[in-house]
Design a protein around this ligand. Structure first.
Ligand code: BGC
Length: 767
């Protein structure tokens, strides 16, 4: 009997050895941890360090090495090549198993091709392809282009954020891309900064909810063929740059970090985000890419982040060549890895220097193994070892499918904000038979926004096209102003002014230029920051001259950052802020103009009058305007956070609290009665703000703590109830302890963050 047992054991041992030889890591039925252990045990240091490195795609290298100079590389954060190396070198390294990831691969053919090179490598570890799929996989051609994040945030529709992310994931996987560098969960606090449009705005709570739903939508169960890796970025503080420019220093107290900038990242981690990107900027004197406190102490030890950290574009290099906190590149790599960095976006010298650092004993192999383990985990979870390729025939059945197009349209309808309407909207087609349409964004694909490839004409409805579709009997007279706000032709401005007199109504579609294929000509977008928030070029002149015609003139804005359109706000009868509403933005705007859709969006960001008022945010501290400006600029915004009009009207009444006094760990319900007092169905975004009246450390004058999208028929009423739980009352007290302090709290419910739009009640928290 004993002998039989020994024989069986011997069999098991032999079996496990031969199984081992058969490569456990290739066995999909083996537990992931075992697969990783097995694979790690087979990898050389060079292969491990290679997994931690990313390159731009070979087509990108070819295109840019032909057009860019090495000098231009230093400041360009969108395009690259590798001086001294060409695409053949990168292809060879891929075959040698020394590349973990690619970015800026724009076609399925190229992705499959690069993957086929990785499949020739010794261990056949698949590549993970990363792409900036910010509002749909829009950067790569032939995908659904949804409205940009700021437009989406103005819908306050978190379910829509989920749906868009889910559909985007599907379209990405159909292109063999598995990693989006999104959501951007930075809290945007400076409209000079060109990246406001790719954020969810200025409010930490709204940004958090939008970010969480995006993470869930992208990642799904994080194990299916339609799931992708989300990347919460940029950690942290770059959305409040000291001079408004991208990547400039930030100096933010730990209190403000924890109260304002950290919450969306922490929530993203809790929602399961499996990658995070560090920010270009230095934070309080330490470049984020080498900040151990941020990456290891807060992110990993405190928040228990399980995914991997990726650097931003050449930012580890910038530790040396910009921030100058490392004497050379090798030292910069060392500092970043020892702070907790897992993957390098992107470039040469990483493999050789990091390998040297390990061989010299400065970076322990165990530290490298941690990073490689995290990266491999993601590749195993997403099934890349089993399915490294994607079938081209299937791809276009998913991308741009009807369901996704419909979502893009629906989202645009919900995200366009009506800022002003003195009775002219919705347009009456029988009254306005002849309409002049002009402005740089009237008939341009710029409505797609930053991070979009130019769309095929049949996949984009411009505003002019939308108008012609919706009101075929109206005579739309188009005066072209070109796409470039900096180079408008005065003769065309004069022509529009002349034609305005002949029209019954005029529509000016103004704003910024955001398309990145014209990187140097843009006025808004990544690395496109401004020292002003006025309309660029002759746009103001155009508006004023058209208005002088005496005919009703409507302004539609297409932009990413808030624009201080003071003159228009004072003089024009109607203004629409459409942001970049995506591929069907023109249709959605036309439907709103002609009343087929009742606008419902509210501003996710404050619109100041001018840059002189900055910083201008609704959730400021009580002393902010103790001494108001003495010049003629008021201390109030042009349009406040949470503001937006509808074609119907709403009445808020009877704000009631379920208790006047609660315990420190207690909750209270706030109920308000909302009535649609107009004559159309509409959706109102009901907002709940809270203020802690007296506190041991200063608190904002109000903070958004909840909201609800409520749809009502004319005359219909509904009670809307919010649960005010302890997490909505807690803050970091004088000693940086997270707690609910006893005392009085003010509850505010209404249609915007402006005091006049809010009903108020108070309650007490007992000791
Ligand atoms: C941006 C990132 C982006 C990366 C790759 C950087 O310049 O800051 O947000 O993901 O480029 O395109």
């Amino acid at each position: 009997m004993r002998n039989i047992f020994l024989c069986l054991m011997a069999g098991v041992i032999t079996c496990s050895c031969s199984h081992d030889k058969k490569e456990i890591y290739k066995d999909p039925s083996a537990p992931i941890e075992k697969r990783i252990d097995d694979l790690l045990s087979r990898m050389t240091i060079e292969e491990k360090v290679g997994q931690m490195n990313q390159f731009v795609g070979v087509e990108h290298i070819k295109a840019n090495s032909a057009t860019m100079t090495a000098d231009e590389l230093k400041t360009n954060t969108a395009n690259a090549f590798y001086p001294g190396f060409d695409e053949k070198d990168i292809e060879r390294w891929t075959e040698e198993g020394k590349v973990g990831s690619f970015l800026h691969v724009m076609t399925l053919d190229e992705a499959n091709y690069l993957q086929s090179l990785a499949m020739k490598s010794r261990l056949q570890i698949p590549i993970i392809f990363g792409i900036d799929a910010i509002h749909g996989n829009a950067y790569a051609p032939d995908n659904t282009i949804y409205p940009t994040s700021i437009n989406l945030a103005c819908s306050f529709d978190t379910a829509m954020a989920y749906t868009i992310a889910r559909q985007t994931a599907r379209e990405m996987r159909a292109m063999n891309m598995q990693w989006t560098f999104n959501p951007n969960v930075e809290v945007a606090r400076d409209p000079r900064w060109g990246r406001v449009g790719e954020t969810f705005g200025e409010d930490p709570y709204l940004v958090t909810l939008m970010g969480v739903e995006s993470v869930k939508g992208y990642q799904g169960q994080f194990d299916g063929p339609e799931d992708v890796l989300a990347c919460i970025k940029h950690f942290v503080g770059g959305s409040q740059p000291i001079n408004g420019t991208n990547g400039s220093p930030t100096d933010i107290s730990v209190r403000t970090l924890r109260e304002v900038f950290f919450p969306p990242f922490k929530a993203g981690v809790e929602a399961g985000a499996m990658s995070l990107m560090t920010a270009h900027n230095e934070l309080n004197g330490i470049p984020c890419h080498e900040d151990k406190w941020l990456i290891t102490d807060v992110l990993r030890d405190e928040w228990k982040f399980k995914g991997f950290v990726v650097s931003d574009w050449m930012d580890i290099e910038h530790i040396h060549d910009l921030h100058a906190t490392a004497e050379n590149l090798k030292e910069a790599f060392y500092q970043s890895i020892m702070a907790g960095m897992d993957m390098h976006m992107h470039g040469i010298y990483w493999n050789e220097y990091v390998t040297e650092l390990v061989k010299e004993g400065r970076i322990p192999v165990s530290r490298i193994d941690e990073s490689v383990r995290r990266i491999l985990y993601v590749k195993f979870r997403l099934g890349l070892f089993e399915n490294p390729f994607v079938d081209k025939d299937q791809s276009m059945t998913i991308r741009l499918c009807d369901e996704h197009r419909q979502t893009a349209l629906e989202a645009a309808r919900k995200g366009v904000v009506l800022l002003k309407n003195e009775g002219v909207l919705p347009l009456n087609a029988s009254k306005y038979k002849k309409v002049m349409v002009t402005g740089i964004n009237a008939d341009d694909h710029n409505i797609l926004g930053d991070w979009s490839a130019p769309g095929e004409p049949e996949d984009v409805t411009t505003i002019l096209e939308g108008l012609r579709q919706i009101s075929p009997d109206t005579q739309f007279d188009f005066v072209d102003q070109g796409w470039d706000p900096r180079n408008m032709d005065p003769a065309q401005v004069a022509l529009a002014a002349k034609k305005a007199k002949e029209a019954d109504l005029n529509i000016v579609v103004a704003g910024e230029y955001m398309m990145r294929f014209r990187w140097d000509e843009r006025t808004d977008g990544e690395d496109t920051d401004r020292s002003d928030i006025n309309l660029v070029g002759l746009q103001n002149e155009l508006i004023e001259k058209i208005y002088a015609s005496g005919k009703p003139t409507i302004l539609i804005l297409i932009n990413g950052r808030p624009l201080g359109v003071e003159w228009a706000a004072e003089n024009l009868p109607a203004i629409i802020e459409a942001w970049a509403p995506g591929m069907y933005g023109g249709q959605a705007i036309a439907e709103i103009l002609y009343g087929e859709v009742n606008p419902s969006a509210k501003l996710a960001v404050t619109i100041p009058h001018s840059v002189g008022q900055l910083q201008m945010i609704y959730n400021h501290k009580p002393s902010m305007y103790f001494h108001p400006y003495v010049d003629n600029k008021p201390s109030t915004p042009l349009y406040p956070f949470g503001y937006g009009l509808s074609y119907t009207t709403y009445k808020y009444e009877d704000l009631k609290l379920s208790a006047q006094e609660i315990a420190q760990d207690g909750s209270v319900k706030a109920t308000v009665k909302l009535t649609n007092t107009g004559d159309r169905e509409g959706t109102e975004i009901v907002q709940l703000y809270i203020r802690d009246k007296f506190s041991s450390a200063t608190r904002p004058v109000k903070e958004l703590k909840d909201f609800a999208r409520i749809t009502l028929k004319p005359g219909e009423s509904q009670e809307v109830t919010f649960d005010i739980t302890p997490d909505k009352l807690a803050f970091y007290d004088k000693n940086m302890q997270w707690c609910v302090e006893p005392g009085e709290f003010i509850v505010m419910v209404g249609s915007s963050s402006a005091d006049d739009d809010l009903l108020k009640q108070t309650f007490n928290v007992k000791k």
